[in-house]
Write a protein that binds this ligand. Structure first.
Ligand code: NAD
Length: 480
C-alpha cells in the first residue's frame, strides 16, 4: 500500500509521530493508501523551513517569482493524466469532470496569479497642497491555507497560488479525505524550482494538524475553505490572535426560475447546477424555486431527464454522477433524504443508495434525488446537505421567491432565470449572496470577487481581493 508523505523544506518526509491514517477510494469503498497523521511537531518543522525561506522568496523580484509559478502551472499541465486519474480516484468524481474542470482549473489558478502579480499595483492618494500618501503592500510572512475535499486541487491551488505570488511562504493542508493531488504538487514544485521551504504541504486531520496550523503564533494569516462550523471554530481560535482571516464556508444556494426564461437553456443548466460533482460544489443550487405557471412543465421535464442520468464508477465515460466522497458523507446525505420524508416531502426521483457490480459494490453511490412538497423553512430546506439532492418549490410572486431564497443563514451564490432585464437586475440586487448568475451558472472569471455573505463566510477570494488579502498594506504620508 502506498504511503504519502508530507512535503517540508522541499523534501518528502514521514510524519514525526510515524503515525498514518487510511485513505479510501470512494468508488470501491476500499483503503488504497495511507497518509501522514501529522501534528504540531510537523507544523513546527514546516514553520522553521518557511521562516528560513521567507527572506529569499519575498526578496525575489516579482518577475522571478512569476516565472517559477508559471513553471508550476505548466508542470501540472504536463502531468495532466496523472493528476486527473489521482483526483478522480481520491474523490470519486467522474474522470471526465476531473479532466475538464478540476485539473485545468488548478493549472489556470497558478498561471492566473503568476501573471496577475506582474500587474498588481499599490495606490497613492494626492492631497492638494498638503502632500501625498502612498501605500505599500508587502507579503505577510508565513500563511496557512486549509482546503476541503470537494474540489481538491482546484481549491487548494486557488489559495496557494495568490499566497505564493504575493511573496509569502505557505503551510498548506489539504483535506485528509482527498490528499493525493496535493501530495503530487510537491513533486511539481521541486521540478519548477520553487526554493525549499516556500511551500510546505502537511497531511492529516483538521482537529490535529489543521488546528496546530491555526494556532501557531508565527502563521500570521489563515485562508480557509470548508464547513461553516469549522469556520466558526477557526474564527474563534485565530481571532484573538489577530490573524488575518479569509473564510469560505457552506451554502444552500437558491435557483429562481421565472416563467419567461429560455426553458431549454434553463433546464440543461439546472441539471448541471444541481448535480455536477454529485452536488458537492459549494455553488450548486439545492433549492429550486419555480414560478407557478411553469412549475408542472419544469417538474415533468426535470424529473424525466434526471431519472435517466447514469450513476457509475468514475472511469465510466458515460457516468453523469460518480461516487460521493466518503461513507460518513453518504450516510449524512441519506439521513437528510429520510428527514425530508419525515418533513412531508415527496421523492419524485432517486432517494436511494446505488449498488454497482464488483469491484465497485462497496462504493458510495447515491441516486440524484428531487424532492417536492416541503415548506421553505423546514430543516431540509435550511441546512446544507452537500450531495445530489435538490428540492423544488413553486412561487407566485417575485417577493415570495426572494423571501424564500433569502430565508437561510447562508448567502454564497444564487441563480436567476428570466428574460426580463429589469427584473433580473432587481432580483440580483436583492438576493443575499456574494455571487449571482443570471441565465447561467458557474461561469467563472478569476478576476472577480469570490465569496459569501452571512454564514457563508468572511472576505473574498479571486483577483486583487486575494492579492490584497495575502499582503499587508502600509500607508506612508509625505508632506510638501
Ligand atoms: P470541513 O470544514 O470538515 O474541512 C475543511 C478543511 O478543514 C479540511 O482540510 C479539514 O481537515 C480542516 N479542518 C477541520 N477541522 C479543523 C480544525 N478544527 N482546525 C483546522 N482545520 C480543520 O469541510 P469539508 O467537509 O472538507 O468540506 C465541505 C464544506 O466545504 C461544505 O460546507 C462546503 O459548502 C464548503 N465549501 C465551501 C466553499 C466556498 O468557496 N465557500 C467551497 C467548497 C466547499
Amino acid at each position: 500500500m502506498e504511503k504519502l508523505h508530507n512535503f517540508i523544506n522541499g523534501a518528502y518526509l514521514e510524519p514525526k509521530s510515524g503515525e498514518y491514517i487510511d485513505n479510501y477510494e470512494p468508488a470501491t469503498g476500499q483503503i488504497y493508501s495511507w497518509i501522514p497523521d501529522s501534528d504540531s511537531d510537523d507544523v513546527e518543522l514546516a514553520v522553521e523551513a518557511a521562516e528560513k525561506a521567507f527572506p529569499i522568496w519575498s526578496a525575489m523580484s516579482v518577475e522571478e517569482r512569476s516565472k517559477i509559478l508559471v513553471k508550476l502551472s505548466e508542470g501540472i499541465d504536463k502531468r495532466m493524466d496523472e493528476f486527473v486519474a489521482a483526483e478522480s480516484k481520491d474523490n470519486g468524481k467522474p474522470i471526465t469532470l476531473a479532466r475538464h474542470v478540476d485539473i485545468p482549473r488548478a493549472v489556470s489558478n497558478f498561471h492566473f496569479f503568476a501573471t496577475a502579480i506582474l500587474h498588481f499595483a499599490s495606490e497613492s492618494h494626492y492631497m492638494e497642497g498638503v502632500g501625498v500618501n502612498y501605500t505599500t503592500r508587502k507579503p505577510i510572512g508565513i500563511v496557512g491555507c486549509i482546503s476541503p475535499w470537494n474540489l481538491p486541487l482546484y481549491l487548494f491551488s486557488w489559495k496557494i497560488a495568490p499566497a505564493l505570488a504575493a511573496g509569502n511562504c505557505v503551510i498548506a493542508k489539504p483535506s485528509e479525505i482527498t490528499p493525493y493531488t496535493a501530495y503530487l504538487l510537491g513533486k511539481v514544485a521541486q521540478e519548477a524550482g520553487l526554493p525549499n521551504g516556500v511551500l510546505n504541504i502537511l497531511h492529516g486531520t483538521g482537529p490535529k494538524v489543521g488546528d496546530a496550523i491555526v494556532k501557531h503564533p508565527k502563521i500570521k494569516a489563515i485562508s480557509f475553505t470548508g464547513g461553516t462550523k469549522t469556520g466558526e471554530y477557526i474564527a474563534r481560535t485565530a481571532g484573538p490572535m489577530f490573524k488575518k482571516l479569509s473564510l469560505e464556508l457552506g451554502g444552500k444556494n437558491p435557483n429562481i426560475i421565472f416563467s419567461d426564461c429560455d426553458f431549454e437553456d434553463m433546464l440543461s443548466t439546472t441539471i448541471r447546477s444541481s448535480f455536477a460533482n454529485q452536488g458537492q460544489i459549494c455553488l450548486c443550487g439545492s433549492r429550486i424555486f419555480v414560478e407557478k405557471s411553469i412549475y408542472p412543465r419544469f417538474k415533468e421535464a426535470f424529473v424525466e431527464k434526471i431519472s435517466k442520468s447514469k450513476v457509475s464508477f468514475p472511469e465510466d465515460p458515460k457516468a453523469n454522477l460518480g461516487a460521493v466522497v466518503s461513507e460518513p458523507h453518504m450516510e449524512k446525505i441519506l439521513s437528510y433524504i429520510e428527514l425530508a420524508k419525515q418533513e412531508g416531502g415527496t421523492i419524485l426521483t432517486g432517494g436511494k443508495r446505488v449498488h454497482l457490480d464488483a469491484p465497485h459494490d462497496k462504493g458510495y453511490y447515491i441516486e440524484p434525488t428531487i424532492i417536492e412538497g416541503l415548506s421553505f423553512d423546514c430543516r431540509t430546506n435550511q441546512e446544507e446537505i452537500f450531495g445530489p439532492v435538490v428540492t423544488i418549490t413553486p412561487f407566485e410572486t417575485e417577493e415570495e421567491a426572494l423571501m424564500m431564497a433569502n430565508s437561510t443563514q447562508y448567502g454564497l451564490a444564487g441563480t436567476i432565470w428570466t428574460s426580463d432585464l429589469k427584473r433580473a437586475h432587481r432580483v440580483a440586487d436583492q438576493l443575499q449572496s456574494g455571487i449571482v448568475w443570471i441565465n447561467s451558472w458557474l461561469v467563472r472569471d478569476l478576476r472577480t470577487p469570490f465569496g459569501g455573505l452571512k454564514a457563508s463566510g468572511v472576505g473574498r477570494e479571486g483577483g486583487w481581493e486575494a492579492l490584497r488579502f495575502f499582503t499587508e498594506a502600509k500607508n506612508i504620508f509625505i508632506k510638501y
